[in-house]
Design a protein around this ligand. Structure first.
Ligand code: NAG
Ligand code: NAG
Length: 349
């Protein structure tokens, strides 16, 4: 295996702390039985404690503008983590953190809406016909997730939707479908394989100061912790934030900036559902939907909302799937870099 430098590394625009949280993900572990117990809420508090301790130990970073960022499921907790930092500063907690805002990629925001929006997305992307879409709307009354089994008309509409989409790769709808139940298929892509080899290599772990003997194998995804639609709490983890919308709402009255990125070929948490909660924040549009360009080509689309000292930029990345920077590294870094270096406040402040 040979390593090459990533020309689109995020380290060119910021110092980054990658936090494996909760215990059980990445290289993180617990030394006590209670230490393994966590939840969306506990995790938010732990992230905040971690940041405080880190900044006390490394005071040279205290003045740096601080952004909290995350992708996918953790979108449920990032707004809470960010809000707690603002509230800690307001209380006079030590150390004061120079919090400026948050960055979310393909975030989960609501454990009903983001799954429910897949049907509308399937329609917009021509995976289902107008006819199937209309019959689902008519028969299911906007609920395509927790369906009343007695409603046979709805069940029939959803069966047609299911037939059209069950072999679509949700993370990136253009990718070939890999059937996990088929013993002959090899579902691990090259990236996953390489990353697992790399992260389990002893010299790599030594370079990263990973304590030896504390975790077994490093895994890209911990199935015990990993959330799936409708999954119940486990012995170790409670999925206790249903929606992060109230935290976004509270942040919208702070001196805060948000960047929300979504790949327009992502059906896991489609941009359709993201658009819905952003609209519900009820913040004025400062800059309407417009394309952004990378090397003279459309990289995706953007929209900016602003109110007092809060602003939110919603960016779709054209042709990207769920792991936005993995599919479109250059477009993603251009959009993020531009946002990071753009004026801090909205036009009216
Ligand atoms: C996955 O998380 C659980 C705790 O929920 C932990 O016991 C287990 O060791 C983790 N697995 C890996 C491979 O880290
Ligand atoms: C979650 O728990 C409920 C009640 O115990 C059970 O009926 C349901 O089947 C469980 N769901 C899953 C996905 O395991």
């Amino acid at each position: 295996m040979t390593l090459i430098l990533n020309p689109n590394s995020w380290l060119q625009m910021a110092s980054i702390i990658f936090l494996d949280i909760p215990a059980g993900s990445g290289y993180s572990y617990a030394d006590t039985q209670e230490g393994w117990i966590s939840s969306d809420t506990v995790l938010a508090a732990q992230a905040n404690d971690f940041l405080k301790k880190f900044l006390i130990d490394h005071p040279k970073f205290l003045k740096n503008p601080l952004y909290v960022a995350g992708i996918s499921y953790i979108g449920i907790a990032i707004p809470k983590i960010t809000l707690e930092i603002y509230e800690g500063n307001e209380r006079g907690d030590h150390p004061p953190m120079n919090i400026q805002g948050y960055i979310l990629m393909s975030p989960l925001t609501n454990k009903f809406n983001d799954f429910n929006s897949r049907l509308e997305y399937a329609h917009r992307m021509a995976l289902i016909s107008d006819d199937i879409y209309k019959s689902a709307i008519e028969n299911c009354h906007g609920n395509y997730v927790n369906v009343d089994t007695l409603n046979t008309l709805c069940a029939n509409s959803l069966q047609r939707y299911e037939q059209c989409t069950c072999r679509i790769t949700l993370d990136y709808i253009l990718e070939p479908f890999c059937d996990e139940n088929d013993p002959l298929s090899d579902c691990q892509d090259a990236f996953t394989k390489v990353v697992e080899i790399w992260a389990n290599t002893e010299v790599v772990q030594q370079a990263l100061n990973v304590r030896q003997g504390k975790i077994g194998k490093w895994e890209l995804l911990n199935d015990t912790l990993h959330y799936k639609q409708g999954k119940n709490d486990t012995e170790c983890y409670a999925y206790d934030i249903f929606s992060s919308f109230p935290y976004h709402k509270k942040l919208s009255s702070k001196n805060c900036r948000a960047l929300i990125l979504s790949g327009d070929h992502d059906m896991t948490f489609p941009y359709v559902g993201i658009e819905q909660w952003i609209t519900s924040l009820d913040i004025e549009i400062e800059i309407p939907w417009h394309p952004f360009y990378v090397d003279g080509q459309v990289g995706g689309y953007q929209m900016k909302y602003a109110q007092n000292d809060y602003s939110l930029t919603f960016t779709t990345v054209k042709g990207a799937g769920h792991l936005v920077p993995y599919y479109k590294p250059k477009e993603t870094i251009v959009a993020t870099k531009t946002w990071l270096s753009s004026p801090t406040y909205s036009s009216d402040s």
